[in-house]
Design a protein around this ligand. Structure first.
Ligand SMILES: C[S@@+](CC[C@H](N)C(=O)[O-])C[C@H]1O[C@@H](n2cnc3c(N)ncnc32)[C@H](O)[C@@H]1O
Length: 257
């Protein structure tokens, strides 16, 4: 009866085979994981670093990230919904060249209440703000840092040689004209006001002076802005990511040239 030793040898061979197979599988899995981690690390290390001052919920930050930047934001608010590296603090504590020089590009969206057209409405409603204009202080620090910079604000603001962007030129349902001052040469966009815009300001589903209403639902407002993670009060203050995606690609081309 030689059958029994043969069966035993077969069983041993199969065990050895499965063991070798398992070891190989683990080895391949470890190699793939290490490779992916290295690739991610290398790509993070190769990304240009952008600092977003007054980042809010991250409308501007999102566009820069889409353009390939590694983004860090600073704001006084809690930043619960901010999608990138977040520092909660007063921007004025970070306006020094030592800190700013860690970044390749700096974007700033100082509060616009002092220049916005809704200022008169707020005054009439007894909701006037005592906000100070931070643009001069921010500009001075950014120039002193020697870094490429962008300052964003509303159309009535005192920006120097700004370009203007409009949501309609990106196929968005908001117009939200915004100015961008920079020490780089940037190209603005041309308005394409063909359809009635969706208002993302004031209150949801509210009458607007020249007829019509603001966005009826938060979903409609999110769609109009191209933002799907923010609440109403954040959407009202945000820049559509399409704007900074567009600018970010111009800036990256400038810096990589
Ligand atoms: C116009 S919003 C920025 C919106 C943002 N760019 C976006 O696209 O979502 C201005 C922001 O400045 C912040 N802010 C005002 N004063 C500040 C200060 N001294 N330090 C830090 N953040 C401040 C406000 O909390 C607000 O989120």
């Amino acid at each position: 009866m030689k059958l029994r030793p043969t069966l035993i040898s077969c069983a041993v061979a199969m065990r050895l085979y499965s063991f070798t197979y398992a070891v190989n599988a683990v080895f391949i899995w470890v190699a793939i994981t290490v490779r992916l981690t290295m690739t991610r690390l290398m790509s993070a290390m190769n990304k240009l670093k952008l600092l977003d001052l007054f980042c809010g919920a991250g409308g501007a930050s999102m566009g820069y990230s889409m353009a390939g930047f590694d983004v860090t934001g600073i704001d006084v608010k809690h930043g619960k919904r901010y999608p990138f590296t977040y520092i909660r603090g007063d921007v004025r504590d970070y306006l020094n060249t030592d800190y700013l020089s860690q970044f390749d590009v700096i974007h700033a969206s100082p509060p616009c209440q002092t220049h916005s057209i809704t200022k008169h409405l707020r005054n009439a409603q007894g909701k006037s703000t005592s906000k100070i204009d931070m643009i001069p202080e921010v500009r001075e620090a950014l120039i002193a840092s020697g870094k490429p910079y962008i300052i964003e604000n509303v159309p009535q603001s005192p920006l120097i040689n700004p370009i203007q962007l409009c949501g309609s030129s990106f196929g968005l349902k908001v117009r939200r004209h915004r100015l961008f001052e920079s020490n780089m040469s940037l190209v603005g966009s041309t308005c394409n006001h063909t359809t009635r815009p969706v208002g993302v300001y004031g209150s949801l589903n509210d009458e607007i002076p020249r007829g019509g209403k603001t966005a009826e639902t938060i979903d409609q407002a999110c769609e109009a802005m191209g933002i799907d993670w923010a609440i109403w009060t954040e959407l009202v203050e945000a820049i559509p990511p399409a704007y900074t995606h567009y600018l970010g690609e111009q800036i990256a081309a400038c810096l990589n040239a």
